[in-house]
Design a protein around this ligand. Sequence first.
Ligand SMILES: NC(=O)C1=CN([C@@H]2O[C@H](COP(=O)(O)OP(=O)(O)OC[C@H]3O[C@@H](n4cnc5c(N)ncnc54)[C@H](OP(=O)(O)O)[C@@H]3O)[C@@H](O)[C@H]2O)[C@@H](O)CC1
Ligand SMILES: Nc1ncnc2c1ncn2[C@@H]1O[C@H](COP(=O)(O)OP(=O)(O)O)[C@@H](O)[C@H]1O
Ligand SMILES: [K+]
Length: 455
Amino acid sequence: MKPIVTAAEMRAAEAAVIGGGTSVETLMERAGEAIAEAAWRYAGTAPALILCGPGNNGGDGYVAGRLLRERGVPVRIAASAEPRTDAARAARVAWDGPVEPLADARPAPLLIDALFGTGLTRPLDPSLGDALDRLAGAARYRIAVDLPSGVGTDDGILLGPVPRFDLTIALGALKPAHRLQPSAALCGRVAVADIGVPVTARLGEVARPRLPPPGPADNKYSRGMVAVIGGEMPGAAILAATAAQRAGAGYVALFGGGPGAPAALVRKDIGDQAALSDPRLCAIVIGPGLGRTEEARAALDRALGTGKPLLLDADALSLLAGRPLPRFVAPTLMTPHEGEFLRLFGRIEGSKVERARLAAARAGAVVLLKGADSVIAAPDGRAAIAPPAPSWLASAGTGDVLAGIAGAMLARGLDAFDAGCAALWLHGRAAEMAGPALIADDLAQHLAPALAACG
Ligand SMILES: NC(=O)C1=CN([C@@H]2O[C@H](COP(=O)(O)OP(=O)(O)OC[C@H]3O[C@@H](n4cnc5c(N)ncnc54)[C@H](OP(=O)(O)O)[C@@H]3O)[C@@H](O)[C@H]2O)[C@@H](O)CC1
Ligand SMILES: Nc1ncnc2c1ncn2[C@@H]1O[C@H](COP(=O)(O)OP(=O)(O)O)[C@@H](O)[C@H]1O
Ligand SMILES: [K+]
């Protein structure tokens, strides 16, 4: 997993490297080199305007300006304040051109924002925000140094209006703001620059899973047998069941639900307790299309009573809301969207990552909080953010597909956290391949190439 570090973790990592004998100036030089290189590749010799703030983010900007000018790029620098750190002052001195007041700066085709990075503590002054907005609006290419100025590093919230960038150079490692909304959408493409600062992080980006294909010793049961419990809206359960099949489960049984399913789907009566307790059954998916009737509640209780790995989604989560959560005896993965999360856990303060972590600890289950920036957290503190997924996933039924894929991952023996991560990756990849006209039904057919990439 690619690490995702908070501002404090980045500062600690930087301090450790400095303690080991590397100067801040050296790190800043590396940062400036990475920015200059990226700007050169992206915008060539387009005249640049670099906006420098008072901290080390601004210092990176002065270094990048010097290096871009050495490459023959016409560079102007505008500062919002005098540099306040020794390293930034040294970088300012090494820049031998003029420094304009930011308020009067004229735009340039390339805008590099080096106003604030991980040290931003409060909203930008409105006049500063306006100037950034004006200059970014008039530029053809917009690059942010480390982070777009004005975003909260650790939670991705916008402290004020922030323009949209084409490229963000994340220094040393990704930060939550590069992946959490709303800030992630403003970063554009994010490139991580290695500046020689090893980081340790409690959070990562969901990576492509290793899912070896079945071998000669496998049979339909060893590949994972999944039960999907249907209910009031059969379409949703069928989407989940089909996805579980396409995600590699060897045997998928649909309990209840209406007509119109793949012929390979085994149909069971919704109340068939013996089939649900089949020792070969590895995971149960319940919630998509379940409904919230007494019959649905009974089906949920039966599923909970089996002690088998569970994927709880949609109506199953709503049925659990408002009463103490059961103690889950087997690996359990919950996949709420924000509405279901609120119903289940109430209002929790903090970043999306913190909220998912707290909920997971409270539930004693893995929580996958969906959205444009899906976050997964385990009770033991493991957490990850999904790589950017295409927004055309915002379409009814795609969550049911995710539930089915995750069920297949649980059934193949992954623990609930790894199962959720693998499902997120496969789901996002399938959506990319399906393209913008996607409807949820299409995702299943794109699971084959997504899965093939994981072998
Ligand atoms: N990590 C690494 O390994 C490396 C990190 N590097 C770089 O360092 C960056 C972090 O640098 P940083 O800590 O100096 O913070 P930075 O973001 O420049 O801003 C802090 C300054 O702004 C001020 N300030 C804050 N909010 C404000 C506001 N709204 N309006 C006005 N002022 C405000 C604040 O002062 P305050 O008033 O809060 O006391 C302070 O003076 C990081 O993002 C990366 O680019 C590389 O150089 C090398 C390796
Ligand atoms: N704007 C978006 N960008 C990327 N993914 C999204 C976006 N909106 C929704 N998704 C994803 O689509 C799925 C929607 O699931 P859900 O809200 O349960 O809908 P449904 O119940 O209709 O299936 C989730 O996996 C979610 O992460
Ligand atoms: K910045």
